[in-house]
Unconditional design. Sequence first.
Length: 56
Amino acid sequence: MAYVIGDSCISCGSCAGQCPVSAISQGDAHYEIDANTCIDCGSCAAQCPVSAISQG
Ligand code: SF4
Ligand code: SF4
């Protein structure tokens, strides 16, 4: 059960730098998390200024 980024993402990029396994990258509409790489550490969710990241 990986974390997911919702539509409220403003593409600030803060979360990408927090991810220990580099699972976050810029997608078409907003940043995205690779579910196969995410290890559910939660660091990105704590970093997001608009609370766009939640556990899927
Ligand atoms: S929960 Fe952790 S491993 Fe998963 S995308 Fe966020 S920072 Fe990366
Ligand atoms: S920290 Fe939040 S707003 Fe910024 S890119 Fe990540 S998900 Fe989007």
